[in-house]
Design a protein around this ligand. Structure first.
Ligand SMILES: [Fe+2]
Ligand SMILES: [Fe+2]
Length: 251
């Protein structure tokens, strides 16, 4: 297994490991994102068993002990399985997450106390770079779920949203909605609920210029349009399941 590195937005590096055995024949990628700054953030730790691979990849970009923030979207092994390995090698690092993730999981499982962020709260990475935490409970899954928005480049670190199978390019301006709909049909990984369309449209209101997918290529282009199309598809699924989608809050 190899981890390839690409800069997908200014100062944001995608570390991507392709695993052909998952979701064959297409295979599946696991991506972490290193956001550079005086206080660098690693978004997703990678699986615990992938730690040596991801550490080596991070080390090609900066000394891993310089990491300041270890973030992730929700509590699952690919998102945060190696959190304590990172805390052990980076003495200044803190895990960072929303209230629910800290209260339900990180306060206990992380080897050092996490930094807890309220919905909409930001942390400064230095050099004018800032990442804002947004709660997205149960979307696509997990009570603790949330995403980060990197404001300088307009990149939404969107975790499992837009998950797709296969090993595409590192960065695309093409369609990321169709492949996400196909992956939802294949895996059924999302927790269908009446609030999902409205919550995803709230992310569209950020007008992201980039989407950093945890499983798939990064996207450069009209992130709001992609998010609205994804919200539309989830509303359709909720209705098809007999539910009633909640009206949009910010659309
Ligand atoms: Fe997940
Ligand atoms: Fe994931």
């Amino acid at each position: 297994m190899q981890t390839r590195i690409d800069e997908v937005a200014d100062g944001i590096y995608r570390l991507s490991t392709f695993v052909p055995e998952i979701a064959p024949p297409a295979g599946f990628t696991f991506n972490q994102f290193l956001v550079m700054g005086e206080e660098p953030l690693l978004f997703h730790t990678g699986l615990r068993r992938m730690f040596p691979l991801v550490r080596e990849a991070v080390a090609r970009l900066l000394p891993p002990e310089r990491l300041r923030w270890i973030g992730f979207g929700h509590y699952e092994a690919d998102e945060c399985g190696a959190v304590n390995e990172w805390l052990a090698i980076a003495p200044r690092a803190e895990a960072v997450h929303g209230h629910t993730g800290c209260l339900v999981s990180l306060n206990d499982l992380a080897d050092r106390p996490p930094r807890m962020l309220a919905d909409g709260e930001a942390i400064e990475l230095g050099g004018g770079r800032r990442v804002r935490w947004l709660d997205t409970p149960h979307i696509p899954h997990g009570w603790d779920a949330g995403v980060f928005f990197e404001e300088a480049s307009g990149t939404l670190l969107c975790g499992d949203l837009f998950t797709q199978a296969g090993d595409g390019p590192a960065l695309t301006e093409g369609d990321v909605v169709g492949p996400a709909i196909a992956a939802e049909d294949l895996f059924g990984f999302s927790s269908l609920n009446p609030g999902m369309g409205a919550t995803i449209r709230r992310l569209a209101a950020l007008s992201p210029r980039g989407l950093a997918l945890m499983h798939g290529p990064s996207f450069a282009g009209d992130g709001a349009a992609a998010l609205r199309a994804l919200a539309e598809d989830y509303d359709r699924r909720v209705r098809a399941a007999g539910g009633r989608a909640m009206p949009a809050v910010d659309a």
